[in-house]
Design a protein around this ligand. Sequence first.
Ligand code: GTP
Ligand code: MG
Length: 299
Amino acid sequence: MLILRCRFITINLAPLRPSHFQSHKLFHTTRFFRTPNLISTPRITSSSLPTTRSISDEARFARSVLFIPPGVEIEELTDDMVLPGSNIVIGPFAGHSQIKQVEFVKSSARARDCPKDDLPEIAILGRSNVGKSSLINCLVRKKEVALTSKKPGKTQLINHFLVNKSWYIVDLPGYGFAKVSDAAKTDWSAFTKGYFLNRDTLVCVLLLIDASVPPQKIDLDCANWLGRNNVPLTFVFTKCDKMKAAKGKRPDENIKAFQQIIRENFKQHPPWILTSSVSGLGRDELLLHMSQLRNYWDQ
Ligand SMILES: Nc1nc2c(ncn2[C@@H]2O[C@H](COP(=O)(O)OP(=O)(O)OP(=O)(O)O)[C@@H](O)[C@H]2O)c(=O)[nH]1
Ligand SMILES: [Mg+2]
């Protein structure tokens, strides 16, 4: 069995159970790619294959637990193509990923008010206080870009940030903030439908999951809703630096428990990655993953 070694946890991914969920919308279809291979993709050698499994068993297993992007043949897969601290295979669409320039463009109250220039966008979604704004600041390496706060519910609008003049990061309002009124909760539900289902330029949703707390029903409901509606998502586990949780379980235990539940609902495990906005864990890896999603969408 393939074991993914992360920087501070080892996750043994068992084969997934089939389910009615369809997997990643963008990456389900087989298409030719036009960009050159920017990452070396060493060929698999006979010594790197398990002796007790046939290649097809291994291929089936790899497909069920790894995120294999377009342009990567399963026979070419080697351990070093998997980003550290993730199940994400890096393929030929990965390219320039660093953020050189970022500018705030606008805040929109409704999906129809969002920018209409057809640039690809990656949205950041998660519970209030999960660390959405902090992750954006970490990715762009600027403290003041997306406002962070200890007080949940700080981000109330759809905020578009233009990156390298070519794509958007979108900071969304958090869900599950206990103190919002029923009216505000209804608005959030209408907003999700409007934005996620109709935004043609949405490349992927980064669904942030707080690794310092056990799996939350509201996060699982959100993941299942996105899965059912074929909205491409990547699980980004946040606050992985909180190794000594004051109470409860450690991040690695919480992440394992979350993934176990996801395996029961998703035929193929969506991409996932460990991050910390405090230590910078997973920052460069996540940027690289975002670049391959964007470049594939953009072709
Ligand atoms: N230890 C640790 N704390 C973090 C991390 N990311 C965010 N935080 C803290 O968590 C709190 C909330 O962070 P925000 O980035 O404002 O969260 P948000 O998801 O944007 O919140 P809303 O806008 O209210 O939905 C702040 O006190 C952050 O400092 C992390 O990686 N590690
Ligand atoms: Mg915020």
